[in-house]
Ligand binder design. Sequence first.
Ligand code: NAI
Ligand code: MG
Length: 330
Amino acid sequence: MSYTICLIEGDGIGHEVIPAGRTLLEAVGLDLTFVQAEAGWATFQREGTALPQATIAAVRAADATLFGAVSSPLSRVDGYRSPIVGLRRELDLYANLRPVRSQPLAATRAGIDMLIVRENSEGLYAGRERATDDEAITERVITRRGSERIVRLACELALQRRKALTIVHKANVLRATCGLFREVAFAVTAEYPGLLVDELLVDTAAMRLITDPERFDVLVTTNLFGDILSDEAAALVGGLGLAPAGNIGVGAAIFEPVHGSAPDIAGQGIANPLATFGAVAMLLQHLGEVAWAGRVERAIEQVIAAGPLTPDLGGQATTAQVTERVIACL
Ligand code: NAI
Ligand code: MG
């Protein structure tokens, strides 16, 4: 099989970790064609938009995209809109996937291997807000279609894993919105008799993630709950510096490290590429190249265990040295 991979470096250390990701992809024994596209703050300053139409087209045309990070201005800048939000909307990237796996690091807990599947297009982040002087209202939008497609994706992903799915909601209080999500979730999971399905209230889920994270395989939940739970879970296994994410739509998929553009270390050649490599593993899995995805994951684990590591993980290695070693472990 041959695949087209779109690369978006973005800003800051995106210019370091995405080339490292490309080097890793080139070392994998697949027929890949790379297409480079632009987005972010520097693009905005050059072209007047942070997300050129050509970039949207390139992501849509590619089999998958690897995205670095973009810098956002701290204060409002006329005409600037986050390219991530733009891509999510333009390409209807309705699912955010966050794998959370134990790593051989002293500070992390063993035995954790879960995938959080977060609805990424509606819920409390639907952007329906209004306010007067004395009252502010955010509407929480849950649709049958939105719930159905996220739960279906979660079921398909659970089938590829340990076949256990936990539906996370707060239907006892949010009777209308979480009630609909829960009803649809159980209707969809009923079509998957091979899955072990259970449910948790979101507050209980937040506690269980700390007390017994080993019990989870796949979790599926709405936008805000998923946002919070996925960062909580990432903290159990080495923090955001190692965390990858996937954004899945109907005709496009974007994989990225969860971290930002790290302007404080950009240009020094010491950015940790491992979160991006985790994103590369997710990308390969998405393409159906499961064996290569597994090899990349095991190579990352070997390097975390034995080094060399970049300064953020207590080592002294450069991005290039870590990349070289991961490739050697493939
Ligand atoms: P950040 O994740 O860029 O950096 C936080 C801290 O972690 C910094 O000390 C940084 O040096 C360190 N760090 C992050 N990634 C690292 C890596 N791969 N290797 C070694 N150290 C790493 O978050 P921050 O500082 O809040 O944001 C910086 C910029 O990034 C902002 O403009 C923000 O808007 C943007 N950002 C972009 C994201 C994206 O494009 N997906 C996500 C988060 C932030
Ligand atoms: Mg977040």
